[in-house]
Design a protein around this ligand. Structure first.
Ligand code: ZN
Length: 417
């Protein structure tokens, strides 16, 4: 087992650990640990809400989720010798949930959750159809996830970090803040908001204290969006075996990661989102000196996805075009087309006895594939969503038989308003 350079104890708050991580992006958050190119090491990661979501049958904790405190990230890891302009090579060697049988303190829980935020609290991809807060609990047995809230459905998870990236330079951070606050200014009262400005409330900044803490807390970028440094990309294919090439913007690169997912569908459409879990990641790091210029990598990380995927060979797919639910025609809007494809899939699964929220939760968390199938045929873009048929215990294909009806048990928890 590689040496664990960032151990976390599941019984303690994120701020009471041996190493205190962070939940904002800023070049002046000091590295927690130093490593060398060529090193292999283990990193524990907390689930993104640091234990606020409970294994129970109420969604009030999702409704009250402490959003200013996300994402709790492990790091930064300083990579000796890394300089701006280099590429940081990160191999994801292994990633898994820790469970209670593991020796000693552990970072995981042996279970995970998928949530939907209320529209007033950030919403989700289909927030007009699902304006309330919901939660589903998943139990892990090896790599298989099942839920007491979703009958007759199980699948093999494709574990990946939802969030990993390097620290921005001061100039890049200023660019982010300007463009995002400019966007917010176009509609400052929108619900949900257009973007999230810097917020000192609940900032965790590693070992910083005093006036330096206050300055960095006021300037630090929120971790919700993906940006040039990678960040919260929520790419389900960053499984074990992946190699990611991150641009380096500061001395030491200052790599951080967290928001581990047991499984996720393309788009993480439920927002809270995938199957969220705590666990560990084994990493190997290296450098390509001057690689940003040599390979033209300035806009964002490039990567080679892992090849450890579940073997699903048969899919049932749904398409959508860029016409909204009121029947209004939109011009080549692939986001809208993907929404319509997802609505289509939900309506289909409901014919088998699932509630709409159960179907939505399956699309957010199961290893579904989402694709931009056509983006040029004016006025309609076409998007498609592919569901593996074998995740269901019954035959989900259309036939001349009446659709099988799933046997309902515990309802999906919905928050009291
Ligand atoms: Zn997540």
């Amino acid at each position: 087992m590689p040496k664990n350079l960032f151990p976390l104890d599941n019984t303690k708050k994120f701020t009471d650990q041996v190493h205190v991580g962070h939940n904002r992006w800023h070049p002046d958050i000091p590295p927690a640990v130093s490593v060398n190119p060529g090193d292999v090491f283990r990193v524990d990661c907390r689930e993104w809400f640091d234990g606020a979501i409970k294994n129970d049958d109420s969604a009030d904790d999702v409704r009250n989720a402490p959003l200013p405190g996300v994402h709790v990230l492990s790091g930064p890891f300083r990579v000796e010798g890394a300089q701006p302009g280099d590429l940081l090579v990160v191999d994801i060697l292994e990633i898994d949930a820790c469970d209670q049988e593991d020796e000693g303190p552990f970072s995981g829980m042996g279970w995970g959750y998928t949530g939907v935020f209320a529209k007033s609290n950030g919403g989700g991809f289909l927030t007009d159809r699902f304006p309330d807060a919901y939660k589903v609990i998943w139990d892990f047995r090896g790599d298989v996830a099942t839920s007491r809230h979703i009958p007759e459905c199980s699948y093999v998870g494709i574990h990946h970090p939802g969030l990993m990236g390097t620290a921005p330079s001061a100039e890049l951070l200023a660019t982010w803040t300007k463009r995002e606050t400019d966007l917010i200014a176009t509609d400052p009262d929108r619900v949900p908001p257009l973007a999230l400005p810097p917020l000192p409330d609940s900032a965790i900044l590693g070992s910083l204290s005093g006036s330096e803490f206050d300055r960095v807390a006021a300037e630090g970028a929120r971790t919700a969006p993906p940006r040039e440094n990678g960040g919260n990309q929520d790419i389900k294919n960053l499984t074990a075996g992946s190699r990611v090439f991150y641009p380096v913007f500061v001395d030491g690169a200052n790599l951080s990661l967290g928001d581990l997912h047991f499984s996720q569908g393309d788009g993480e459409i439920t927002f809270c989102g995938a199957i969220e879990m705590g666990g560990f990641v084994d990493l190997h790091v290296d450098l390509i000196k001057g690689g940003m210029e040599t390979f033209g990598v300035s806009e964002n990380a490039i990567f080679m996805p892992g090849i450890r995927d579940p073997l699903y060979s048969e899919w049932i797919a749904f398409s959508g075009v860029s016409v909204d639910l009121t029947g209004k025609q939109h011009y080549l809007n692939s986001q809208l087309a993907y929404e319509r494809a997802c609505h289509h899939a939900i309506d289909y699964l409901m014919k088998f006895g699932y509630s709409d929220i159960q179907a939505y939760m399956i699309l957010g968390s199961a290893p579904i594939e989402g694709r931009f199938s056509g983006v040029v045929d004016i006025p309609n873009s076409c998007a498609t969503v592919y569901i593996p048929t074998r995740i269901f215990d019954f035959d989900v294909r259309p036939s001349s038989d009446k659709p099988h009806q799933v046997k309902q048990g515990i309802n999906v928890p919905k928050s009291a308003n």
